[in-house]
Design a protein around this ligand. Structure first.
Ligand code: HEM
Length: 431
């Protein structure tokens, strides 16, 4: 089943009733709309081996949490990098990469104690005091973006608000001028395409060029900030000296900056955008928020949007030893997916999980930011951007709805990141 010729609807229909082992979870139709499949995997095959990729899917809330908390058994260091670029044997691509800097495993791709060492370099930059100081910039940026579309009465929300809000914040904090925003967008998209696992050879070559361009650009910014530190994340990261150690080397700093850039953009953009789509689809919850737009309710909105959107849907782990789990033998060095999005839809943890419900008593138990040692570095920043972004949107704009003639928005087919490809909305100005 799920042949290349089948339409997306046929694939989704087939996935409902076929024997569980016949499901191809990497089929683009199921990457876009994974919810029904996820329910079946949680119920019938909590540890599921995808034969094509060899990846073991871990789908229940309690198992995903257990795996994220046990970095001794489930490592984040990959022996054979699954990222397409790192694994390439193509000479031209290797030559392009050789003109840049080597890829060093740091936070996301490292285990303790080294992972903790790298986290110490960024602790100060992401401390509550550093983030508090960013609030006026986030507010001003949200207002500027709304100013640019409010008179039109409609916008494409992803590109006009969802993407530029976190992007402008991170670009500002990584010490780059606003004129270079388009470069960051391009580099982020290249890194996401590399992660998608859907690149052909030309796509990989292009991604390699973008990666090297990013590296050379940032080596210049790093040197600038070492010579003349400023009040931004980049200066704090590259000048941090932990326990009397040397500061980060260029390859280490580049690896960390790339993670911050990629992890910090696409994810928050997706949650902001899906948040508006969820409000449109759930007028009862939209009304509730309108009646009570208190900081507490906006914070509830942020947590529930994070739970349902879970943009960082699956993350890699490697089994460091053979593991017996729910009757499945997972061999040493097998690759697993910690399925944060599926965990967030687990009815055993969140009753009536499909319901978008701002009054859920256990909203804070959502695991969109992961759990354990790798818990998201940018969680507090992202929460601030979303709280401020939604608050200002609700104050200035009401009655969000799909724009006239717009079709239902679609999700992108990506094995690691989940998000809408666009969202055309109309709205009214709050009088
Ligand atoms: C809605 C927004 C976001 C979501 C859903 C999200 C999700 C996640 C998840 C699930 C992890 C854990 C990965 C694992 O266990 O392997 C993670 C780690 C990470 N995130 Fe985020 N993230 C978001 C925003 C951000 C932002 C704004 C930044 C930075 C500015 C950021 C930087 C990172 C970094 C560097 C790590 C790796 C931490 C480590 O391994 O020690 N993220 N994120």
């Amino acid at each position: 089943m799920q042949s290349d010729q089948a339409t997306e609807t046929e694939v989704l229909e087939a996935a409902k009733g076929c024997p569980i082992h016949q499901i191809n979870p990497m089929h683009p139709a199921l990457l876009k709309q994974p919810w029904g499949m996820n329910r079946r995997l949680r119920e019938e095959a909590p540890i599921f081996k995808d034969e094509a990729s060899g990846i073991y899917f871990v789908s229940r809330y309690e198992d995903v949490v257990k795996m994220a908390m046990d970095h001794q058994t489930f490592s984040s260091v990959m022996l054979n990098p699954t990222r397409a670029l790192a694994a390439t044997s193509d000479d031209e691509i290797k030559e392009v990469l050789a003109s840049g800097y080597p890829n060093v495993p740091t936070m996301l791709t490292q285990d303790p104690p080294l992972q903790r060492r790298y986290r110490k370099f960024v602790d100060n930059a992401f401390s509550p005091a550093s983030l508090k100081a960013l609030e006026p910039f986030i507010e001003a940026t949200a207002n500027d973006l709304i100013d640019a579309f409010i008179d039109r009465g409609e916008c494409e929300f992803l590109s006009e608000f969802g993407v530029p809000l976190p992007l402008r914040v991170i670009v500002n904090q990584l010490g780059a001028p606003v004129e270079d925003l388009h470069l960051f967008r391009r580099w982020t998209e290249a890194a996401i395409r590399n992660l998608s696992g859907q690149l052909d050879r030309d796509g990989l070559l292009q991604a390699a060029r973008e990666t090297v361009e990013f590296q050379h650009y940032f080596v210049e910014r790093i040197e600038e900030r070492r010579n003349a530190p400023q009040d931004d994340i980049l200066s704090k990261v590259v000048n941090a000296s932990i326990d009397g150690e040397q500061p980060l080397s260029h390859p280490e700093a580049l690896s960390m900056l790339q993670q911050i850039l990629v992890a910090g953009n696409e994810t928050t953009s997706s949650s902001l955008t899906e948040g508006i789509w969820l409000l449109i689809q759930n007028p009862d919850q939209y009304e509730l928020l309108k009646k009570d737009p208190s900081p507490q309710m906006i914070s509830n909105l942020v947590e529930e949007v994070l739970r349902i959107s879970s943009p960082s849907s699956n993350m890699f782990r490697r089994a460091v030893e053979e593991v017996e789990w729910h009757g499945v033998t997972i061999p040493k060095d097998a690759i697993l997916f910690a399925r944060f999005a599926s965990a967030n839809q687990d009815g055993a943890q969140f009753p009536n999980p499909e319901k978008f419900d701002l009054t859920r008593p256990n909203l804070k138990e959502q695991v969109a930011f992961g759990k354990g040692v790798h818990h998201c570095l940018g969680a507090a920043l992202s929460r601030r951007e979303m709280n401020i972004g939604f608050k200002i949107l609700l104050e200035r704009v009401e009655n969000f709805r799909l724009a006239d003639g717009a079709s239902e928005p679609e999700f992108a087919a990506n094995a690691l990141l989940h998000g809408l490809t666009r969202l055309d909305v109309a709205f009214d100005r709050v009088q």
